[in-house]
Ligand binder design. Structure first.
Ligand SMILES: NC(=O)C1=CN([C@@H]2O[C@H](COP(=O)(O)OP(=O)(O)OC[C@H]3O[C@@H](n4cnc5c(N)ncnc54)[C@H](OP(=O)(O)O)[C@@H]3O)[C@@H](O)[C@H]2O)C=CC1
Ligand SMILES: O=CCc1c[nH]c2ccccc12
Length: 298
């Protein structure tokens, strides 16, 4: 197993905080159907990731494993201040106080007194623009109270962000979205850039895993050879070189260790363009498909 002893570089956010440029997700590999009993395999998996240097941990209320994430953090022995912990509120009802209650419950399970990043998991619970605006106002209050350092959203489209920005006192710092060569979100990325919103990317390996085979395969194979890394590492680097923070995961230590090689090389602009052009020949969305209809590319 590679022991690269790498410190993951960070991206500056619009509120002055810094987010590590590679995250470890506890949703897809480790999500549970019910909170139920504590699963030691999840605790061990997260501790392995932390041991390898993954200090950016991406959790959520809906993954039903914040207790395990919290125990892994505690047992890792890593100083809290060195970790970047994200969690997400699932579907608020629109009632004032809902998000605060969810956050307090999350903090209890995580055994933390703050999270670095708190996200609204999706816009799809909201019945109106006003719901989105009220939800965001609650997030602002939680930041002001010091319970969260940075506030953001996930799966928001330009129209959702428009609604939020109409009344926001604090702009979202982050929008966590599905992003990979077969879902490039050009309009949304332009919007993020214009408003100083950082993009974090879930599903970054999609083109070389769940959506393979496809038109990027040959380009990626050439780059694998050139940089002596795997297709996964090219996929992660393709995000990082566009200032997009990939959130990956694996239940396997070897893969997690290998992914760190994504921090040891850089793609040049022509190589990024080659992946972009090949990727645009196919469309694939792995998550939330129906919710994004009628325009799944948004
Ligand atoms: N905000 C949101 O709505 C969403 C957020 N997320 C967050 O993002 C995180 C990462 O998302 P995810 O889509 O899993 O990210 P990735 O695209 O990085 O995929 C990681 C998954 O791919 C598998 N994998 C890795 N290498 C290979 C390979 N060579 N062949 C086959 N399978 C492989 C891993 O399985 P293995 O364990 O076998 O290595 C793992 O399950 C989640 O855990 C969650 O925290 C995810 C989805 C939605
Ligand atoms: O965040 C990703 C999608 C998602 C929403 N809820 C769950 C629960 C368990 C795994 C993934 C997800």
């Amino acid at each position: 197993m590679a022991n690269l002893n790498i410190t993951i570089p960070a991206l500056k956010l619009n509120d002055g905080a810094s987010i590590p440029m590679l995250g470890y997700g506890v949703g897809t590999a480790w999500g549970k159907k019910e909170e139920g009993k504590v699963d030691q395999a999840i605790i061990d998996g997260v501790k392995t990731a932390i041991k390898l240097g993954y200090y950016h941990l991406d959790g959520a209320e809906s993954y039903k494993n914040e207790t395990e994430l919290g125990r892994a953090i505690k047992e890792s022995g890593v100083d809290r201040s060195k970790l970047f912990v994200t969690t997400k509120v699932w579907e608020p009802t629109g009632q004032t106080g809902d998000i605060e209650r969810a956050l307090k419950e999350s903090l209890k399970k995580l055994q933390l007194d703050y999270v670095d990043l708190y996200l609204i998991h999706s816009p799809f619970w909201a019945k109106s623009e006003q719901d989105l605006q009220n939800g965001w106002a609650e997030m602002e209050a939680l930041q002001k109270a010091g319970l969260v350092k940075t506030i953001g959203v996930s799966n928001y489209r330009p129209q959702d962000l428009d609604a939020v920005l109409k009344t926001a006192k604090v702009k979202p710092a982050v929008n966590q979205i599905e992003f990979h060569p077969y879902l490039q979100r050009l309009e949304l990325l332009e919007y993020h850039k214009k408003h100083g919103i950082a993009t974090t990317a879930y599903g970054p390996l999609t083109a070389v895993t769940r959506a393979a085979p496809g038109p990027v395969d040959d380009v990626i194979a050439g780059l694998e050879k050139k940089y002596a890394v795997s297709a996964g590492e090219i996929s992660l680097r393709w995000c990082i070189d566009q200032d997009i923070v990939p959130i990956t995961t694996s239940s396997k230590e070897q893969r997690l260790s290998d992914y760190l090689r994504a921090l040891t090389f850089k793609l040049n602009p022509a190589e990024i363009k080659q992946i972009n052009e090949a990727g645009q020949q196919k469309h694939f969305r792995g998550f939330w498909g129906k919710k994004f209809e009628p325009d799944s590319r948004l």
